[in-house]
Design a protein around this ligand. Sequence first.
Ligand code: HEC
Length: 169
Amino acid sequence: MQGQSYLRKMQPMLLGVLAGLLVACTQSGTVGERPQAIVPFTPDISINEIMVAQIDHAAYAIWDAGSPDANPTAEAWQEVEQHAIQLISSRAALTMGGTGVNDAMWIAQRSWREYVLDMNEASVMALTSARNQDKQMLTRAGDLLVESCLACHQQFKPEIPTEGYLRGR
Ligand code: HEC
């Protein structure tokens, strides 16, 4: 019993020491003895490839499940959830660019980032709809998603993909 009350008394002090350490680490930019280097990171693939292999695949799964005659099972909802997560994760790649010849030029533009945000919002809505198994919301998310694809393509997509990488379906 005595040990317990001792611990209780020590708790605020321990927390104070921990908080102090945290502040010290953050201020000096180091954790322990290791300096935190900021490493520039660019994916080893192009935006063209991300579009075809990740975004297009994931988006079609969401549209299929949200179509009027679809009645997603529990398993299908889980697929929607996973595809929505894939779309959400593509945001990082679309913000950093990759190996495509135009990638760096595209990602630097304000309107590009706005379209990426629009796509992300629609994808987050698709994710929420999957987690609530809300078909109406999924259909709405699908509509917003297609709008974001078309808007960005209208401004940025060349006639022929820069890497010549086309979707298979
Ligand atoms: C932020 C802008 C942007 C958004 C949003 C966007 N795309 Fe793209 N997409 C592009 C650009 C730019 C290219 C051309 C890339 C290249 O050729 O290097 C492209 C290419 C593609 C391609 C391959 C080219 C082709 O003609 O087949 C597909 C497929 C594609 N996008 C699908 C989609 C789908 C589906 C969505 C929405 C879910 C979407 N994209 C959203 C910018 C965007």
